[in-house]
Write a protein that binds this ligand. Structure first.
Ligand code: NAI
Length: 279
């Protein structure tokens, strides 16, 4: 079934976590949803929940440019060529000391977290340009406020996405396409457990230990995926805001880093006991 005049959002990484929460929230608020993911089973349960008349779903690897272009073209057939919000959200993680992460694994992070976003922008821009008040939105990360050790390549891709957002928010103004991103702190999604520790120096915590040890307060308290979905909603309503933070306090790392990068680096070093000078 087609969008029938409803506003439309296309989401990558829609089968899980914040992509899924965003699909559910926008659908509840009357939008037509395009859901893309590499995880076909996860997409299947999402479609059941949304109702097939309220969404379009496609199995898509965001690194495949041709498939991405085809997916957007097929979605646009359902929406009469309109796209109100493109949400480039799919991403993966890798962790460990830089040299412990195999080269191929690091390059896969770059291919998905940056290459996939670029593919999404090329694929969606023609439809965003045609749609009044459209928004190009991307999931960056709090690791794009200051480059984080042990997820260095991941953090680099998220810095790239943030820079891209800033540049394109200026360029795409001439198309009347708004551009913004979100920098989430710690969100309770599958990626926190699926990201491998390539240094193998910390055993994988049990589900129970994970939740009991997760920070309960401060800017890295564990937040629900729905908090990011609400932020995407807020970003669409807002005429100009560039960066969104979940929770809001994450903005302070960005501000402080701008003024005192060495101070922020010193604070981060203190979080890693392995980096303490040897006695
Ligand atoms: P998640 O693991 O629940 O969801 C990620 C989704 O992306 C999955 O459904 C996965 O199948 C999909 N995906 C992975 N590779 C793909 C590919 N090549 N093509 C298409 N889909 C692919 O994790 P979450 O947290 O919802 O992740 C969403 C975004 O949020 C990611 O970009 C992640 O880097 C970012 N992020 C997550 C944070 C967290 O604490 N959970 C914090 C900051 C950013």
């Amino acid at each position: 079934m087609s969008a029938q005049g409803r506003k439309s959002i296309f989401i990558t990484g829609a089968a899980s976590g914040m992509g899924r929460a965003t699909a559910l929230l926008f659908s509840r608020r009357g939008w037509y949803v395009g859901a893309a993911d590499i995880d076909e089973a996860g997409l299947g349960t999402l479609v059941q929940e949304l109702g097939s008349e309220n969404c379009f779903s496609v199995k898509l690897d965001v690194t495949d440019k041709t498939a991405f272009d085809e997916a957007l073209a097929a979605f646009a057939e359902k929406t009469g060529g309109q796209l109100d919000l493109m949400y480039n959200n799919a991403g993966i993680g890798e962790s460990g000391w830089f040299e412990d992460v195999p080269y191929e694994a690091s390059m896969r992070v770059v291919a998905i977290n940056l290459g996939g976003v670029l593919n999404g922008i090329y694929a969606s821009l023609p439809y965003l340009k045609r749609t009044p008040n459209s928004l190009l939105f991307t999931t960056s990360s709090s690791s794009a406020t200051y480059g984080m050790p042990r997820i260095a390549v991941y953090a680099a891709t998220k810095h790239a996405v943030k820079g891209l957002t800033e540049a394109l928010s200026i360029e795409f103004a001439r198309h009347n396409v708004r551009v913004a991103d979100v920098l989430p702190g710690l969100i309770d999604t599958a990626i926190l457990r699926s990201t491998p520790n390539r240094s193998g120096d910390a055993p994988k915590p049990s589900e129970e230990d994970f939740y009991s040890n997760a920070p309960k307060k401060g800017m890295f308290r564990l937040m629900p995926a729905e908090s990011v979905a609400e932020c995407v909603w807020g970003a669409y309503q807002h005429p100009t805001r560039l960066h969104w933070y979940v929770p809001d306090e994450v903005v302070w790392i960005d501000r402080l880093k701008g003024l005192l990068p060495e101070f922020v680096r010193g604070r981060i070093v203190k979080l890693f006991p392995q980096l303490a000078p040897k006695e």
